[in-house]
Design a protein around this ligand. Structure first.
Ligand code: BGC
Length: 747
């Protein structure tokens, strides 16, 4: 069945049938005889997760082992499919082994919050998109993000989160960029690693996905990505390496696509050689949903668990393959060991979720708002139009993007259910797959609250002439523009959809004091950028989005976010001016249509190599619209005095607040390698958020991780720190590095 149909089916699946099954399940669970955990040696918490896993494994039958390495099917995701009695109605379910006190694994899709809460009349916090959170460049915000997900997963009865997307932004039109963390492997890996660490801190198993090179939705199940090993290790796989190093995640989800001729979920190089050997990953490899394509090959090449489990590779066929020796018992034991050790490691055996509990919506909203306030990026502030001053003489025209009722969120398996339903069309129950869902955080309401005496009027922007008329009659215009994105399809272009460029141009022509607020999944082009005075990128800002935005617009919060992705001027500047494989006939016809399954298999050569994002722009001498690492503040900062200590490989420099109000600067450190590296771009190696009072200076000391300075030597199959002179640069963005100095690396 076509994937889109499967998931759309979910939306019409009968809630009462689900609940009936669930309630039967709870009766059965009560009727079961409880084992006595105190008699079980693996319940000794002083043992290591590996020791505990081995003790369980030694007691398991072949059937019990097979039971743990696959799920029970699509369940609630596909209309008419059976829902296991004990399933918590998440995306995935693996029954536990009661007699050994090994709990069920209940997996929740949770890229930006817990998905499918409405199915059980529950609430979950919508966080800002992870791309937004990456704009904070704040590891603590990443950790907080993950801890909200972990906390709410537990409160809803889940013990595993399947989020943690870290595919770097090779394709800026990718429908899932909002679920990832931008184009730089070190920034994306750090933020996502912290996120997954936050999940696990709440005794919930964490996941990092989609491994690997799953960078566009168009043809995602058939595309064969071609990339040389050096480039892969220094870019896409480095993001995973960094994240996995920080988080020690419970699981890594392998992706749908092929990489250099082999499906990612049966790819010996990706799974065995790189992930398990080089990255020393101790957790389990879980397949994306129906991304398993074989039994013996997948088992031998590193897959540990087939999900959702009804493609029938890791149940009876695996048992048979183990029986006839095609898959060694030791390999099956390794799969099971990895799953069990992750369960002990995250604490889901010792600290299971409390089933009958609820999330704290206020705590979730406060956390989401805090992250949003660090995520919003001020891109243009001509004539210091911002921050706005509350005044009775001000009249504000608020235009477009349903800014009267809410803020946009991302679709697909990252979709969180809005409380009360989609704010633009409230219906009870879960939202439809892929539809643009607005959350009830109203910019109009919060902007009015900031400036109660101002006359603030809203028009929907469908009629550009009417919007221009209101703008002309007002002292200021704020135009909201949006780019709805979802798993299942890519944006056909970087241009804003639905004639929104024309809307902005009409408003800007009517009123010179025009500010544009963007709600986008990723970068977009802005042909009108020079015609407006203010541009604010708020991404998909989450349930506290309008509050965060109004705090920024009125200066209660000084913006500090910086772009984790380059904003190109137009599609022609990208490595592929058209999304590869995207043909007009495959374009989605209606909301929710997927295009990933409608194209024939094709090869996609990443000829940009490791030069992704700002590295691509630098190596091809192109000037973007807004560079990676760029973002303004309501104050100004000066940089001085860069020195580099060769022995400790640490850079020191001073950042000064040269303006009149407190602010936080993200100070960035880049390095160009010696010419022997044959690299014609610089790399981000470190950064720091520096909070400064007016006139205050601070010395920033940034150690440079040798991994981030190294090249991957394919002949030696190892990282190598080349001897020679490295150019170290510090500054406020990738295109502005006023300071430089030399790091000398000895032979
Ligand atoms: C997505 C995964 C998701 C899974 C389960 C797949 O379509 O690619 O990210 O976790 O579905 O919903």
């Amino acid at each position: 069945m076509a994937f889109s149909a499967i998931l759309k089916g979910f939306t019409i699946f009968s809630l009462s049938a689900v609940l009936a099954l669930a309630s039967i399940g709870s009766h059965q669970a009560h009727a079961q005889k409880q084992p006595d955990p105190s008699q079980m040696p693996w319940m000794n918490k002083s043992l290591s997760p590996d020791q505990r896993a081995d003790l369980v494994l030694s007691q398991m039958t072949l059937d019990e082992k097979i039971q743990l390495v696959h799920g029970t099917g699509w369940g609630v995701l596909r209309k008419g499919d059976p829902v296991p009695a004990r399933s918590n109605l998440g995306a995935g379910f693996v029954p536990g082994i009661d007699r050994l006190h090994i709990p069920d694994i209940n997996m929740a899709d949770s890229a930006v919050g817990i998905r499918m809460a409405a199915l059980q009349s529950r609430y979950a916090t919508l966080l800002p998109s992870t791309l937004g959170a990456a704009s904070s460049w704040d590891p603590a915000a990443g950790f907080l993000y993950g801890s909200v997900i972990g906390r709410e997963a537990r409160a809803q009865g889940f013990n595993m989160s399947i989020g943690g997307g870290v595919d770097i932004t090779r394709e800026p039109r990718n429908g899932r960029n909002f679920e990832y963390a931008g184009e730089d492997p070190v920034l994306a890996g750090t933020m996502t690693g912290e996120l997954a660490r936050g999940v696990k801190s709440e005794h919930v198993m964490s996941d990092i996905k989609h491994y690997a090179l799953n960078d566009q939705e168009t043809g995602r199940t058939v595309v064969n990505v071609l990339l040389d090993k050096r480039s892969m290790r220094e870019s896409d796989l480095l993001a995973f390496e960094v994240a996995i190093g920080i988080a020690k995640p419970s699981a890594v989800m392998c992706s749908y696509n092929l990489v250099n001729g082999n499906y990612a979920c049966e790819n010996d190089y990706l799974l065995n050689e790189v992930l398990k050997k080089d990255f020393n990953f101790k957790g389990f490899v879980v397949s994306d949903w129906s991304a398993t394509h074989s039994t013996v090959k997948a088992a031998l090449n590193g897959l540990d668990q087939e999900m959702p489990g009804d493609d029938n590779y890791f149940n009876a066929p695996l048992k048979k393959a183990v029986g006839d020796g095609q898959v060694p018992v030791a390999r099956l034991n390794d799969m099971v060991h990895r799953i069990l050790r992750s369960m002990f490691d995250a604490g889901v055996v010792d600290n299971p979720p409390v089933l009958r509990s609820v999330v704290d919506p206020f705590r979730g909203r406060d956390d989401a708002q805090h992250i949003a306030e660090e995520s919003i990026v001020l891109l243009r502030n001509s004539g210091n139009i911002l921050p706005l001053k509350a005044s009775p003489s001000t009249s504000i025209a608020l235009i477009g993007s349903h800014a009267d009722v809410g803020v946009l969120s991302g679709g697909g398996s990252a979709q969180v259910d809005a409380p009360g339903g989609n704010a633009i069309d409230p219906q009870p129950g879960p939202s439809k797959w892929g539809e643009p869902v607005y959350f009830p955080s109203s910019p109009l309401r919060y902007i009015r609250a900031k400036s109660p005496q101002s006359n603030v009027q809203y028009v929907d922007g469908k009629d550009a002439a009417a919007a221009a008329k209101l703008a002309k009659a007002s002292s200021l215009a704020i135009v909201f523009v949006n780019q709805p994105m979802s798993e299942g399809h890519d944006a056909p272009t970087l241009s804003l959809p639905h004639n929104q460029d024309a809307l902005v141009e009409a408003v800007a022509a009517a009123n010179p004091n025009t500010i544009v607020v963007l709600e986008t999944g990723g970068p977009v082009s802005m042909p009108w950028a020079q015609q407006v005075k203010g541009i604010v990128e708020m991404w998909y800002p989450g349930i506290g989005g309008a509050q965060a935005l109004s705090n920024i617009l009125f200066g209660d919060v000084n913006p500090s976010g910086k772009l984790p992705v380059t904003f190109a001027k137009d599609d022609a500047q990208l490595p592929y001016p058209v999304v590869p494989g995207l043909k007009a006939k495959n374009a989605p016809k209606t909301v929710g249509d997927d295009q990933h399954h409608e194209v024939k298999p094709f090869d996609l050569k990443y000829y940009a190599g490791a030069a992704v994002g700002y590295k691509w722009f630098e190596s091809t001498h192109k000037q973007p619209l807004f560079p990676f690492g760029f973002g303004l503040s309501y104050t100004t900062f000066g940089y001085s005095g860069l020195t580099v200590d060769d022995a400790t490989r640490t850079a020191h420099f001073t950042v000064k607040n040269t303006g009149a109000r407190e602010g936080t600067e993200i100070a960035e450190l880049y390095v160009s390698l010696p010419s022997a590296a044959k690299e014609n771009y610089k790399r981000l190696v470190a950064w720091q958020r520096v909070k400064l009072a007016p006139g205050e200076s601070k010395t920033v000391s940034l150690p440079m991780n040798p991994l981030y300075l190294s090249i991957f030597d394919t002949a030696k199959d190892a990282w190598q720190l080349l001897p020679g002179d490295y150019k170290v640069m510090a500054g406020p963005s990738s295109s502005e590095t006023p300071l430089d100095a030399t790091l000398r690396v000895q032979q």
